[in-house]
Design a protein around this ligand. Sequence first.
Ligand code: FAD
Ligand code: SF4
Ligand code: SF4
Ligand code: SF4
Length: 340
Amino acid sequence: MITDPICKAHVNEDTAYVTDYGGKKYYFCSPECKNKFDQLEKSVIRLKRNIGEKERISFGKLKKEIINLGICTLCGACVSSCESIAFVNSQPKLIDKCTACGVCYNQCPRTVTREEDLVGKLRFGYAARSAMPGSKGQDGGVVTSLLAYGLEEGLLDCAIVTRKSEDDPWRPEPFIATTADEVLESAGSIYSHSMTMEPLMSAIKQGMRSIAFVGPSCNIDAVHKMQTSPYGFLHLFLRAKVLKFGLFCMDGFEHEGIREFVQAKGMDLNDIESMKIRKGVFEFGMSDGLKSYDLSELDRYRSTSCKFCTDMAAENSDISFGGVGTPQGWSTVLARSSIG
Ligand SMILES: Cc1cc2nc3c(=O)[nH]c(=O)nc-3n(C[C@H](O)[C@H](O)[C@H](O)COP(=O)(O)OP(=O)(O)OC[C@H]3O[C@@H](n4cnc5c(N)ncnc54)[C@H](O)[C@@H]3O)c2cc1C
Ligand code: SF4
Ligand code: SF4
Ligand code: SF4
């Protein structure tokens, strides 16, 4: 039994309308179905030509970036878009010549082919750094400056930020900052999960209504869920406006793990003035200089949740900030919502 690929009707091979495509015959119940298929074929040819003009991308790139890394979902988009690919032993494999047209790569849900796939929707992007006296941020100090400005101008009632614990150095301690000085105290990044939602809910209970909330993608997602879920607290009961300041994030580590690592390297957390992850290297800043280690050395201390995290740029925030994409001492700033 032969099936018309357009309307799925069963057709008789002898009386059907036929098209030859890619060395294979396709059978149709009517001239309309054949026409639809022929138009589709033209579109695929146009697509191949369009992509081909911009960049030559072969199946090898799909194999290297997606299939070999084990992040292929076996959806079959590549297989269904090219006669040269087939599932062999439950994996997409090249079974014929590849012309490097890039079509398969552009169908795959796991590849990054648009800016939006990588950093989410945004209205404006900036490279910025603070001009505020005394500001020493992690990158351009923009988060701290904006928060200080918002508090001083009365635009914000408070900001939910994270500082280092006094009793246990580098343990993240989230708190409600209501003055520019308190915000300055929280500048810099701590590479461990901070339980930021508790102070947020506490600020709301205290009657604060205009609140800036700072956190990496996973914390921003918690606020976003509470704002948008039909049963979310911020959606159902509360009238507070929460402005989400997202931090780009690719890694978070257990606080105890960082301490163990630092001790194993003969250092003391009390002596560490700054921590920074840059280009696959973890840097610890101390009064006598920097000590750098390959990020892979800290693999075993990475928080389990981070292994499953796919949002690098805090896509659900109103405005997000990171160091990647701009020179050292500057911040990449992505304004996403109108308020952001
Ligand atoms: C865990 C983590 C991982 C990161 N990974 C990357 C990355 O891979 N690539 C990249 O480009 N950028 C990353 N960043 C963001 C980057 O380190 C800077 O926070 C960002 O560029 C803003 O710089 P800034 O100088 O404007 O911020 P600052 O003015 O220094 O302000 C930083 C703000 O972040 C808050 N903060 C610090 N630590 C935490 C925490 N653990 N949880 C919640 N809030 C916190 C502080 O309270 C402060 O308000 C990461 C940040 C964190 C916290
Ligand atoms: S669609 Fe086919 S020919 Fe084009 S790059 Fe992929 S495997 Fe090669
Ligand atoms: S399109 Fe991507 S995810 Fe889907 S089967 Fe092909 S390689 Fe795997
Ligand atoms: S990698 Fe993801 S889960 Fe881990 S701290 Fe960063 S945003 Fe949170």
